[in-house]
Write a protein that binds this ligand. Structure first.
Ligand code: SAM
Length: 184
């Protein structure tokens, strides 16, 4: 069985966008308790590397380490573990909620922006990015950056995501690293 309800969200996202296949190299940010990692392995990903602040029980076919994704050495470390750049960076990261909506919103968007910056450092050309965002979708600056750096950017609310929860996922595909250089 799946270790998390969240697993169903990734299944629904991937049924629609087909981002995980045989040969796909994946980095899973905020992997605990391991549901998304299980889905990635099950769908035939070639190599899956996960990271979380919390310890995660081993998932056969994947490597998960304990740590903070904002640690400056993390992009290179995970890329080394993967044996090269990633085809997909997926982040289901969420902060500990405070119950104060504006603070929670700000924190989740901070994680999503951090995950995007991380993705820029590890993604292969043509690669994809999935991240949990909030209500109205990505913030303006983040959205503009994604539209520059990827050929397609969409927001989805997977059916498995509770209706009363304000989470959404952003799905960006077709990474174009040269566009980032041109715009900087
Ligand atoms: N996708 C997972 C699954 O299917 O099992 C569930 C992920 S859970 C909703 C969010 C995770 O993000 C938490 O385990 C949390 O520890 C992790 N997280 C939050 N901030 C993080 C950070 N700075 N670095 C690494 N992981 C982080």
């Amino acid at each position: 069985g799946w270790r998390s309800r969240a697993a169903f969200k990734l299944i629904e996202i991937d049924d629609r966008f087909k981002l995980i296949g045989e040969g796909t190299r994946i980095i899973d940010l905020g992997a605990a308790p391991g549901g998304w990692t299980q889905v990635a392995v099950k769908r035939g990903a070639k190599h899956v590397v996960g990271l979380d602040l919390l310890p995660v029980d081993p998932v056969a076919g994947a490597e998960i380490i304990e740590g903070d994704f904002t640690d400056p050495e993390m992009p290179d470390r995970l890329k080394d573990m993967l044996g090269g750049p990633a085809d997909l960076v997926m982040s289901d990261m969420a902060p500990n909620t405070t119950g104060h909506a504006a603070t929670d919103h700000m924190r989740i968007m901070g994680l999503a922006e951090g995950a995007l910056d991380f993705a820029f450092q590890v993604l292969a050309e043509g690669g994809s990015f999935i991240a949990k965002v909030f209500q109205g979708g990505s913030e303006k600056d983040m959205l503009a950056l994604m539209k520059t750096a990827f050929s397609s950017v969409k927001h989805v609310k997977p059916p498995a995501s509770r209706k009363e929860s304000s989470e959404l996922y952003v799905i960006a595909t077709g990474f174009r690293p040269e566009r980032l250089l041109e715009s900087s």
